[in-house]
Design a binder for this molecule. Structure first.
Ligand SMILES: [Fe+2]
Length: 202
């Protein structure tokens, strides 16, 4: 049986940009439900002995319920790990890395927000580290993860653009949610994921 990592901050810590009630429903209900369904889908199967990271990398050859709920668990755990209170400025090193690939911090943020806005329906926006150290933006739909198709994908940052991530506070205004997302990104954590990829439960 897998369990969820604890939230790395208090429910109210992302206020006013992401409200306490949204974090409660998102973590306590949505995220926990993915976990419960993943555990149910894994029970009694060979995949039950795999780590979630391995499940994500092999998801395309596993049952749909394992892929979808495994993605729901992994993606949200990584999302929470990227967020926090009051650490919203990239270091000069991180700033340099973003500028090298996107021209500037603002250039990166605009490209990331544009990708989130262009994503039809529910899904995720990702910042990935290429093998040469440069950075790139990608998106996935539903609870898919870039590692489903490319096991070696090195994920640095993510943003959940499912409506449940923002609808209570922002209603249909995904653009406003994406704009305020930058206020709660924990750049120290993100820089850590540039150096060593996130591992579920680590
Ligand atoms: Fe979500």
């Amino acid at each position: 049986m897998m369990t969820l990592p604890s939230l790395p901050f208090d429910y109210k810590d992302l206020e006013p940009f992401i409200d306490e009630e949204t974090v409660h429903i998102h973590y306590d209900k949505h995220h926990q439900t993915y976990l419960a369904k993943l555990n149910a889908a894994l029970e009694g199967t060979e995949a039950a002995s795999l780590s979630l990271d391995t499940i994500i990398a092999q998801a395309n050859s596993l049952p749909k319920a394992v892929k979808n709920n495994g993605g729901g668990v992994w993606n949200h755990s990584f999302y929470w790990a990227c967020l926090g209170k009051g650490k919203n400025t990239p270091s000069s090193r991180m700033m340099g890395l973003l500028s090298a690939s996107f021209g500037s911090l603002e250039g990166f943020q605009t490209a990331f927000m544009d990708a989130g806005l262009a994503l039809f329906g529910s899904g995720w926006v990702w910042l990935e580290k290429n093998t040469d150290g440069t950075l790139a933006i990608s998106t996935t739909t539903n609870q898919d993860n870039p590692m489903n198709d490319r096991a070696s994908a090195h994920l640095v940052l993510t943003c959940d653009v499912w409506e449940h991530a923002y609808y209570l506070k922002y209603r249909n205004m995904r653009a406003d949610y994406l704009k305020n997302f930058w206020e709660v990104v924990n750049w120290e954590a993100v820089e850590g994921f540039y150096d060593a990829p996130y591992t579920f439960g680590a």
